[in-house]
Design a protein around this ligand. Sequence first.
Ligand SMILES: Nc1ncnc2c1ncn2[C@@H]1O[C@H](COP(=O)(O)OP(=O)(O)OP(=O)(O)O)[C@@H](O)[C@H]1O
Ligand SMILES: [Mg+2]
Length: 226
Amino acid sequence: MISMKEVSKTYLMGDTEVKALDKVNFSVEKGEFVAIVGPSGSGKSTLMNMLGCLDVPDSGEYFLDGIDINNSSDRELARIRNHKIGFVFQNFNLLSKLNALENVEVPLMYKGMSAKQSRKLAYEYLEKVGLKDREKHTPKELSGGQQQRVAIARALACNPQIILADEPTGALDQKTGQEIIAMLKELNQNGQTIILITHDTHIAQQVNRQVNIIDGQISDEPRWNH
Ligand SMILES: Nc1ncnc2c1ncn2[C@@H]1O[C@H](COP(=O)(O)OP(=O)(O)OP(=O)(O)O)[C@@H](O)[C@H]1O
Ligand SMILES: [Mg+2]
């Protein structure tokens, strides 16, 4: 489903080059639940942006469902993102002027769902993440963990083939975090492919496979819990 070969990405900061990804080879099969672990600054979010077609590599190949991402137009990439991928961003990326309910609704409407149906589904997912009584709150009226849960509800409500979650439990207490992981596991059992970035080794150990990234280099070998 996902196949990256020798993918590199370098950021230029003034005269200094930062190699965020260095010839990364990474594949994920449909239905896998993969955890990406690595220290701060190792390239995890950069990798997630590439996987989610938000950014394209400087060099290397990326095929998603057989589609050559490097040779796709911005319009095609936007379509792929809308139709295949659910993102939970590290910084949540909620729309600040919209309330929790509207934040979850927006991508559903983009996908072509009616306003009524979007609202119903958005309620349902806010309830699932324990935020039924916070639907009218805008992001700045929510705690960090609550914003994170809105971001999770937004990603899951779209029922995407692939869920890309960057530290989705980073702002949550252990119990709430574990509830979110349980939700992700259930989705995975129903066939969704999940790629999760985490610092939490306890979480990483609960999934099919752990991939380590250090200094933009990946070791995509050890397959645990198989
Ligand atoms: N837009 C950018 N411009 C310049 N450098 C960047 C940019 N984005 C990331 N970097 C650099 O690329 C490297 C990888 O960053 P990335 O955000 O992928 O790390 P990370 O593994 O997600 O870290 P963390 O665990 O702290 O979230 C870092 O050294 C960072 O400073
Ligand atoms: Mg990051």
